[in-house]
Design a protein around this ligand. Structure first.
Ligand code: HEM
Length: 154
């Protein structure tokens, strides 16, 4: 029988909601004293690109892979940046604030899976950004699912 559980991408409202999320997030980043210097040279389409990337992660269309350079491009944007723990912490904090601001679903299942990815992705980004980082052999975007608590599970 086919699995009828929606993807996280569907559950949160798809591309439109992700674009709102990254717009709200980068508006905060631009005003944040810890993060702004790191993102000083980002282009205006950066929030849109990250929304597309996250859409793919959460089970939406493979558009970042097909049109924006995929996993290698994302990796290349973090390499050498030497992200510090306090910058990663602030990134996570602002992402959670943006999630509330644009009213991502509040249910325990969704937020638990969303926060798990944000934690995972930001720690990987920080690790890959260090001098002499060991980058591993991954070439494709990791797709994130519901984990231990899918909708409808007890
Ligand atoms: C789940 C975690 C993360 C995801 C999914 C993510 C995703 C991305 C993607 C897709 C890009 C490339 C966008 C493009 O194609 O133009 C990018 C660039 C970048 N990311 Fe991340 N990122 C994450 C965490 C972080 C963290 C924690 C930091 C720093 C605190 C960070 C700093 C940057 C910077 C500085 C760039 C380059 C911006 C520029 O173009 O100047 N990222 N990220």
């Amino acid at each position: 029988m086919a699995d009828s559980t929606p993807t996280m991408y569907e559950w949160m409202g798809g591309a439109e909601v992700l674009e709102k999320l990254t717009e709200a997030f980068y508006a905060k980043v631009r005003k944040d004293e810890i993060l702004a210097p790191l993102f000083a040279r980002m282009t205006d389409d950066h929030p849109q690109h990250v929304a597309t990337f996250l859409g793919e992660v959460f089970g939406g269309p493979a558009k970042y892979t097909d049109e924006h350079g995929g996993y290698p491009r994302m990796l290349s944007r973090h390499i050498g940046r030497q992200i510090k723990p306090e910058q990663r912490n602030r990134w996570v904090e602002l992402m959670r604030q943006a999630a509330d601001e644009v009213e991502l679903p509040q249910d325990a299942e969704f937020r638990s899976a969303f926060n798990a990815y944000i934690e995972f992705g930001s720690r990987r980004a920080m690790a890959n950004s260090q001098k002499d980082a060991e980058l591993g052999s991954r070439e494709t975007i990791k797709i994130w699912g519901w984990g231990e608590a899918a909708p409808g599970s007890d």
